[in-house]
Design a protein around this ligand. Structure first.
Ligand code: ZN
Ligand code: ZN
Length: 247
């Protein structure tokens, strides 16, 4: 299984990075973890085909994590003429929030029926949802977004990926990361406290309890980006747009 960082930025484009999106490919399927506003741009930049992505998982309903669905689905409708089915898996209310955003940005865009099957799936706290042979378990986190915000634990082809989503430190993150092949953690700050997000010092204090094989830091503020060379741990990787990892 391979994971490519499409976007490793925060909501503000810090460091010129695209917003949160990870592209995972296995022997026979492709999926996204989060779909920030710039997801389609990042895909085109890497010469990838959006129609090959069969499933999109969304951690929470902030624009830098889910609003890229607007352009993703417009592209499928008007540009690529997508016929491949697409499943979107997100917190309660994802389809409704998508419709509000899409109609605000491109009025009338949700009234045209796509040529492909489009299915929305709602995550339920603590329950495993399986879609296209990929299972996901959502863990509630501390990050207000007008709907439940989740960390995700994803299992596909016998490999496990944990993703913190956006959040302050919560104890459940140790379960999300437990023995995972890869744990992706937001790391907004370096040592400065910030509301609803973590910083490197908090993650560092809990490193021994985050038992994944590797940890990748993402969603970094300008201060964290300026200090990223101070992160020195063989298990910890700093995300970069375009970086591909074997999971
Ligand atoms: Zn964010
Ligand atoms: Zn957020």
């Amino acid at each position: 299984m391979e994971l490519t960082v499409i976007g490793s930025g925060d909501a503000f484009g810090s460091g010129g990075r695209l917003q949160t999106c990870f592209h995972v490919t296995t022997a026979n399927k492709e999926f996204l973890i989060d779909c920030g506003a710039t997801a389609l741009i990042g895909f085109h930049k890497l010469g990838r085909d959006p129609n090959r992505v069969g499933t999109i998982f969304i951690s929470h309903l902030h624009g830098d994590h889910f609003s890229g669905l607007v352009w993703w689905l417009l592209h499928a409708l008007h540009v690529s003429g997508r016929t491949e089915p697409l499943d979107i898996v997100g917190p309660e209310g994802t389809a409704e929030r998508y419709a509000v955003v899409a109609e605000a940005l491109f009025p009338g865009s949700t009234r045209r029926e796509p040529r492909h099957r489009l299915t929305w799936h709602e995550l339920k706290e603590g329950q495993v949802t399986t879609v296209n042979d990929i299972s996901v378990k959502p863990y509630p986190v501390c990050h207000p977004s007008g709907a439940p915000s989740y960390a995700l634990r994803i299992l596909a082809d016998g490999k496990s990926i944990g993703f913190s989503g956006d959040t302050e430190w919560v104890e459940a993150l140790t379960d999300v990361a437990a023995d995972a092949d890869l744990y992706i953690s937001e790391c907004f700050g370096f040592d400065e406290p910030s509301c609803c997000h973590m910083n490197w010092r908090v993650i560092e204090q809990n490193l021994d309890r985050l038992t994944s094989r590797r940890i990748m830091l993402t969603h970094m503020s300008p201060v964290m980006l300026a200090n990223r060379d101070k992160v020195r741990n063989p298990r910890v990787i700093i995300a970069e747009d375009g970086l591909t990892l074997d999971v």
